[in-house]
Design a protein around this ligand. Structure first.
Ligand code: FEO
Ligand code: CA
Ligand code: CA
Ligand code: CA
Length: 638
């Protein structure tokens, strides 16, 4: 979520040999070890990486890659004509693509048989709210099971004003709260391509809604911890619901990962001066949990969300949750081993020895980038039990010389007891001195080269004020601009080309900016031009050919610092050349978030979240939707 005005209830807004010691590191040092980056300085870093950026389309697969059908190598390779910036109420794609792309499914569309079509006047019936496609779709992943095409899609938040018009946009009853809770979480849907385009298969046995009330298991090292126990669950191992489901991920064994981001906003207190245990109060401060919440008012109608009555309930959110999309009766698992923070996405890779590596951003100004490395190895066909539970969590340190280290978070390094350390992972990362970042959003792992990329969306507090834990946030090489309003994408290459390495070399793939308005650092890196400029990179996914798809969630004011950028957009970057081209523009007011492919690679599913106007129906309420983007000639995309 980014703009409070539009998203009413939310905020934000070792020792190992280093690879390419000579070429890569020298370039990074030359281009980045300076406080004030010049455009030319940035150019050096970006372009010099070209020759080492990997072999495209070859064997090594990222997490879950085996389930995707291999696409023709280099099918797109920026061969399209980029679209210009736009400020209108529609979606634009390049010539040669079906224009406009058709919505596959919209907020409120029935995903089960016998459910009524969406009613613009009421925002849909309360009764059916857990049987329709939820609101504000976000991260999504594609799965193929028994020849069926399944999609798992997050629903990040619900808009009380649109869903509760008769209550004035604020819950006035437990039923109002239940309607909102039911419109969020996750949808698992079977989809099929028909003569009239892609459709949800309403009779599919795999369709499922997971909401704020779906029973879940709490697993991993912190399960059962006193800080996770409530009167409703004295065991600290069972909870209800997943919330603020932002970005996504997929495990190598074909399950879905949904990431709980701005969970804090759902909690509040009916008792103004409620007192809390010192540790609990400190956590509330660090994670932004206050007495008022951000407008959902759950706490007035659902005791679980009232911190004066259930002070540990907020500790049961802020996790990565694993869902088996092929078993609608399965119980989702909250994995405490992956740490509790405002999770953006969870991008899996395999270390050289088969251990599972999960990269994760914490989207808050001045918070950290994390990874988890399992103790055991993933072996296809063998049990995966415990792989996301037993392991080590790390936070990233980016040094100004272009090198970096994953700092292990353990009771020894942090001085914290293990369970408490995972529940308050931010504090743990602060204690080891991890690098405060410009709001880490999605991480994307290259499909063949040993590289990972993370979008750092923006940080208007950079160089201005500390994070909520009191850590200073000085301008540094990886977060190179004070009051950063445009964002950048950092990439790192693990040493020995092994995601299991604890050290890496890094550089900035792109520094967003506006070369039409600025001629200093705010013009961005040289691969940003008047023709492709954007702000606030957020969603990011690699296609199988090694192109990086970048989605934005920023200002679409099209004025001042953002003049000429138009609406939020999706771009395609070629890491080999540094080139970036604009592929899509969204309707006014939206962010573009969530991206995956059909099994045959001919359809790109793209999420449009919180559009304005009356998109896509042309009248009535605007509706977040998943689009099916196709080439006019039916060819493979990306
Ligand atoms: Fe839900 Fe940080 O985006
Ligand atoms: Ca959002
Ligand atoms: Ca996001
Ligand atoms: Ca964002």
């Amino acid at each position: 979520m980014s703009e409070p005005s539009r998203h009413a209830p939310s905020e934000d807004d070792g020792g190992e040999t280093r690879m390419d010691e000579v070429g890569f590191d020298r370039v990074v040092e030359r281009s980045l070890s300076r406080r004030s980056l010049s455009r030319r300085g940035l150019l050096g870093g970006v372009l010099a990486l070209g020759p080492i950026a990997g072999v495209m389309g070859t064997g090594l697969l990222g997490c879950g890659g085996g389930q995707r059908t291999r696409r023709a190598e280099g099918a797109l390779r920026l061969s399209f004509t980029p679209v210009p910036a736009r400020g209108d109420d529609r979606v634009h794609v390049p010539a040669g693509f079906v224009d406009p792309p058709a919505p596959l499914v919209r907020w409120g569309d029935p995903i089960f048989e016998g459910v009524e079509e969406f009613d613009h006047a009421s925002g849909g019936s309360a009764e059916d709210s857990d049987r329709v496609f939820g609101e504000n779709c976000d991260g999504m992943e594609s799965f193929v099971h028994g020849g069926r095409q399944l999609l798992a899609v997050n629903h990040e938040y619900a808009n009380p004003a649109r869903n509760l018009p008769e209550s004035g946009g604020t819950p006035q009853s437990a039923a109002d709260v239940l309607k909102l809770q039911s419109l969020q979480g996750v949808s698992v849907i079977e989809v099929r391509e028909t003569d009239r385009g892609w459709r949800v298969v309403k009779e599919s046995p795999f369709n499922r809604r997971i909401t704020h009330n779906t029973p879940m298991a709490i697993v991993g090292p912190a399960a059962g911890h006193p800080l996770l126990r409530t009167s409703a669950d004295p065991t600290g191992t069972r909870t209800l619901g997943t919330m603020a489901n932002c970005g996504s991920g997929r495990t190598p064994w074909g399950t879905y990962l949904t990431c709980e981001e701005n969970f804090n906003g759902y909690f509040g207190s009916t008792e103004a001066g409620a007192q809390y245990d010192e540790v609990v109060a400190a956590g509330y401060g660090r994670y932004g949990i206050g007495a008022k919440g951000v407008g959902y008012d759950y706490h007035r109608w659902d005791e679980r969300f009232d911190t004066s009555r259930s002070p540990n309930e907020p500790h049961r959110a802020g996790w990565v949750v694993e869902i088996d999309p092929t078993d609608p009766n399965s119980t989702p698992k909250k994995h405490t081993g992956l740490g509790r923070f405002k999770h953006e996405n969870a991008e899996c890779a395999l270390a050289g020895d088969g251990r599972v590596v999960v990269y994760m951003g914490d989207d808050e100004r001045g918070e950290f980038l994390y990874r988890f490395v399992s103790n055991a190895r993933y072996v296809e066909g063998q049990s995966t039990e415990g792989l996301l539970d037993e392991g080590t969590l790390y936070a990233a340190q980016f040094d100004d010389d272009g090198l970096g280290t994953w700092l292990a978070l353990t009771p020894e390094t942090t001085g914290m007891e293990l369970g408490e350390m995972l529940i308050f992972a931010r504090e743990a990362a602060s204690r080891v001195g991890a690098t405060t970042m410009d709001r880490p959003e999605w991480v994307a792992v290259h499909p063949s080269a040993a590289e990972a990329y993370c979008s750092l969306t923006n940080n208007t507090n950079r160089g201005v004020k500390p994070n909520a834990g009191g850590d200073a946030t000085p301008v540094d090489a990886v977060n190179p601009r004070e009051r950063n309003c445009y964002g950048q994408v950092v990439r790192w290459r693990p040493d020995r080309q092994d995601h299991g390495s604890t050290t890496f070399a890094w550089d900035l793939y792109v520094v967003a900016g506006n070369p039409a308005v600025h001629d200093d650092d705010n013009a961005g890196s040289p691969n940003v031009t008047r023709d492709n400029m954007f702000n606030s990179p957020d969603g990011m996914t690699f296609d199988r050919s090694g192109l990086l798809w970048i989605q934005t969630d920023g200002s679409d004011s099209d004025e001042g610092d953002f003049a000429g950028m138009g609406n939020n957009q999706m771009l395609v970057g070629d890491p080999e050349t540094g080139e970036i081209a604009r592929f899509m523009t969204g309707p006014k007011g939206c962010e573009i978030t969530g991206l995956t492919w059909s099994a045959d690679g001919r359809t790109l599913f793209v999420g449009i979240q919180h559009p304005g106007g009356s998109w896509p129906d042309g009248e009535g309420l605007p509706r977040s939707s998943v689009l099916a983007v196709q080439r006019s000639d039916g060819g493979v995309i990306g």
